[in-house]
Design a protein around this ligand. Sequence first.
Ligand code: ATP
Length: 331
Amino acid sequence: PRSRSVAAHTRSKSRRRSRSQNPSANNRPSPQDFSFMSTLGEGSYSTVMRARYTRTGQEYAIKIISKSHLIRKDKMAVAMAEKNVLVKLGTGHPGIIHLHWTFQDEWSLFFVLDLAINGEMQARISRMGSLSLACARHYAAQIMDALDYMHSKDVIHRDLKPENLLLDSDFRIKITDFGTGKLLEPGRKLSVTSSLCSASQIPPEERANSWVGTAQYIAPELLERSETSRSSDLWSLGCIVYQMITGRFAFHGLSEYLTWQKIKALDYTFPEGFDGDARDFVQRLLILDPSQRLGAGAEGSPISRAALRAHPFLSSVKWETLWTDPVPPLE
Ligand code: ATP
């Protein structure tokens, strides 16, 4: 129902009220320059629609965010943070969803994004049970390459998970959902931020309002000390590689609390037959001390791309053609 009302609203009212100026005047589109086609999905404060830009015929995903909802839920800062991070990341990397334009009308904010037509990696894993080792390796390399770029721009994602890895028309990864992304201040000690609380200390009734990442992928330093750094994204990468290969979460308890206990105790096992190099790679990422993870150094130091790429799990990756080679068969 929410998507229908947004679509209807988009078609009718925004025509008259859009704050974007005449496109020909500033070359900036407005809602009436798009024909809205179908709903791609719903987030907690947004509806994402597939839309065609009538001036070029190009298709995009447009994230439509209700302003009243943002205000009611006190989420304006989250939406602005997402926009700022996307602007900072720009169009410099194929593995990250690009923000092409933003505009607004009286009721909504509109983010015009790359369309990732093949949806979320999570859905692929669920549908197929797990991914082939070759495909998991290729995706691990694409995620690492995109992370490398993101980190070079002083952005930490903090909520990497298969739901936030979208697949484009060629099934290449596009990382999305920067609402919880963190812009680092260069030169400053990375870590505790006011938006984070130590997850295990938050009373259940307050958890919904305190962002603590997604239970299965959250790094232990976030749980224990509310600290985050580039290395937290490496932890999530370890969880994702494990899940792509096995189809299961590395850490999963019967409740969020029990999952956190397992993470803090590094309580996970590999199923029989798990590839040896992949196992070593995952083990070197799932390390409680963030500075000891593969490629990580002392707090605040950049991740060593060379150390990650030198791992045997990735030795067959052709980095120069990573984004142009076809993705290996998914299963
Ligand atoms: P939340 O905001 O609660 O974290 P979310 O990140 O899934 O949830 P949105 O970013 O609004 O919220 O996305 C909603 C859904 O729309 C996603 O689940 C995804 O399937 C789809 N979607 C989002 N962006 C795109 C895109 N660029 N291309 C294709 N589909 C997209």
